[in-house]
Design a binder for this molecule. Structure first.
Ligand code: F6R
Length: 608
């Protein structure tokens, strides 16, 4: 939820910390702060509000030094105020701590520390760590941090800087992500890779239960018991430019436009002309595929919506029963896992706490785990038996777009491959699907050319109170994603409905002038959709259809149509969502919202 940045080297730390926080701001943006060791003491600057408030503050009162830590916050304990912003310090200002996660037993620790005379400046759970370290410090910072951590329960990534030992940063991780960037005479720490890209592509992932001691010369990783852990650095293939806005007003718009390219990357080298799909990182043995009885698709939010499409594709193409589950529900509902099962965990970040917890639950029940993710080295990749990367490149906007599209492609390839291996797909169909997949990047580009029409629609409907999305089959899953996109950035109330369900209640809300987006790409239920469109039209709805460009009948029934190029119905979600992403974007822009950083939301939900 929060973003962490640390630097130790020969350069001025402040601009590096601020630049890193800017790149991490998508993780949290209700307050921010830095602490720098000036050569004599620790100086803290922190402010509630967006990062620019901190930038204003440090321009008025700069801090100079070559070691420092920075934090951008998404509040969990304590309101977003100046004093609750990180870093937090001990009573004497010799130790500063930044933290991402939740210390669950902080109240009991706080009371205990209070009784022993510690004075607290904030309402946060984090501050107890600074005081615990202060109490345990006897000339060895590593040891004091180890002691403090042994008292804390919960999820955390913390970084500690002390004026007692200013030649190092100490970091620990339990659940919340933390990456070390390695340079020549300088070392960085960050919650996520994009923050490190301008400086280095040589990284090392700190894992749960590990402590990293970071100096100018590199990093030493140990377990919390002090045993040394040997690791090889990973080379990241993303480059710094990929994590910049590149002339677009918002990351979201840039990422929507990157989708044809991202689709190409996802497909690259994976389809061969003999009808085979090679999914690098996935090695499901033949006997496993033969015996596979059930696939569970597990995810949150947009990734869950991709899972709904995946369920449909898997059942249809491989004839294996599949179920899509919200990770936050599955983990508490005592799922029945018998025989040979595969859990497909879908997560852009690979760090979503509920998804990881559900994966652990399914693993404990004997399921094999296949991860579909974007982030190399993320926690999910380490929990999984097989990893299928979506190769979307860095996704910075909170509202997920290109990750969703590429998840759909990854799921399609998986479903086709399982279907092929189980001999459930006739050759002709298989070849048609592979051909269809290859054509997707070009067709996605065609859909993007409809942007001016979508902008006009957004202007027309931006001030509506409610907007409904309806569809059947795969179109229903797309309707859910279109509705979520709209809600999260435009704050317009919206609902997605299986079109056949309308008359069971929600039709009561459809009155004169209410916009209804009708997705009409599923040919086998097209007639039924036409009836549903008539139903809402008869109540005065303004209907916008997303339909194949050759479907003149739909066009004649509705108020507006956004045409998409014809594709196999199983691939249509990959194109049909694009106009809905653009619509959400332009409605939010018309309403003057902060599109890349919508209220109350963070990109990566690493707390439960
Ligand atoms: C919505 C959105 C979220 C994420 C969800 C899961 O646009 O981005 O709903 O899809 O938080 O995130 P990941 O995929 O990182 O597990």
């Amino acid at each position: 939820m929060c973003g962490i940045m640390g630097y130790i080297g020969g350069r001025d730390a402040l601009p590096i910390l601020l630049d890193g926080l800017r790149r991490l701001e998508y993780r949290g943006y209700d307050s921010a702060g830095v602490a720098v060791y000036t050569g004599e003491r620790l100086e803290i600057r922190k402010a509630a509000g967006k990062l620019r408030r901190l930038v204003e503050m440090v321009s008025a009162a700069p801090v100079q030094g070559t070691v420092g830590i920075g934090h951008t916050r998404w509040a969990t304990h304590g309101n977003p105020t100046d004093y609750n912003a990180h870093p937090h310090s001990d009573c004497r200002g010799h130790i500063v701590v930044i933290h991402n996660g939740i210390i669950e037993n902080f109240l009991e620790l706080k009371e205990e520390l209070h009784r022993r005379g510690h004075r607290f400046q904030s309402e946060t759970d984090t501050e107890v760590l600074a005081h615990l370290i202060e109490e345990a410090y006897e000339g060895d910072l590593e040891r004091a941090v180890r002691h403090a951590i042994s008292r804390a329960r919960g999820a955390y990534a913390i970084v500690v800087l002390s004026s007692h030992e200013p030649d190092k940063l100490i970091a620990c991780r339990q659940i919340s992500p933390l990456i070390v960037g390695l340079g020549d005479g300088e070392t960085w720490l960050a919650s996520d890779i994009p923050a490190l890209l301008p400086y280095t592509r040589k990284v090392m992932v700190i894992e749960d239960g590990e402590m990293a001691t970071i100096t100018r010369d590199g990093v030493r990783i140990t377990t919390l018991n002090g045993e040394v852990v040997e690791k090889t650095p990973i080379h990241v293939t993303w480059d710094a430019e990929m994590a910049e806005r590149g002339g677009y007003p918002h990351f979201m718009l840039k990422e929507i436009h990157e989708q044809p390219r991202a689709l190409q990357e996802t497909l690259m080298g994976r389809l061969d002309h003999a009808g085979q799909i090679s999914l690098d990182g996935v090695s499901l043995p033949d006997i496993f595929v033969e015996r596979l009885e059930k696939v569970w698709l597990v995810a949150c939010g947009t990734a869950y919506h991709a899972g709904l499409v995946g369920k449909w594709l898997l059942e249809h193409l491989s004839r294996i029963p599949a179920e899509a589950d919200l990770a936050s529900e599955l983990r508490y509902r005592d799922p029945l896992v018998f025989g040979t099962n595969l859990t497909v965990a879908i997560s852009q970040s690979g760090e979503t706490a509920d998804t990881l917890a559900a994966v652990r639950e399914m693993k404990a029940r004997g399921s094999r785990i296949l991860a579909i993710t974007n982030v190399v080295g993320s926690t999910l990749t380490r929990e999984a038996d097989d990893v299928l990367y979506i190769r979307a490149g860095p996704e910075i906007a909170v509202a997920s777009t290109k990750a969703y599209l590429t998840m759909l492609v990854a799921l399609t390839m998986l479903a086709i491959e399982l279907g092929r291996r189980r001999k459930a797909i006739p050759d002709e169909r298989l070849n048609a699907l592979l051909y269809g997949l290859r054509e997707l990047p070009g067709k996605a580009q065609d859909v993007l050319r409809r942007e001016p029409e979508v902008l006009e629609l957004a202007k027309r409907y931006a001030h509506c109170q409610d907007i409904f999305f309806i569809g059947r089959g795969l179109d229903y899953a797309v309707a859910m994603e279109g509705s979520l996109k709209l809600k999260e950035i435009s704050y317009v109330h919206s609902e997605a409905l299986a079109a056949g369900e309308l008359k069971h209640g929600t039709l009561a809300l459809v009155t004169d002038g209410v916009p209804v987006f009708a997705l009409c790409t599923q040919r086998h239920v097209r007639e039924k959709m036409l009836s549903n469109i008539q139903e809402v039209k008869a109540r005065g709805a303004m209907v916008v259809a997303v339909a194949y460009e050759d479907d003149r009948e739909v066009a004649s029934l509705v108020d507006h149509v956004i045409p998409i190029p014809p594709v196999d119905d199983l691939l249509s979600p990959i194109l049909a969502i694009i106009p809905l992403q653009l619509f959400a974007y332009y409605v939010a822009r018309e309403r003057g919202h902060d599109i890349d950083q919508p209220r109350n939301l963070a990109k990566s939900v690493t707390v439960e």
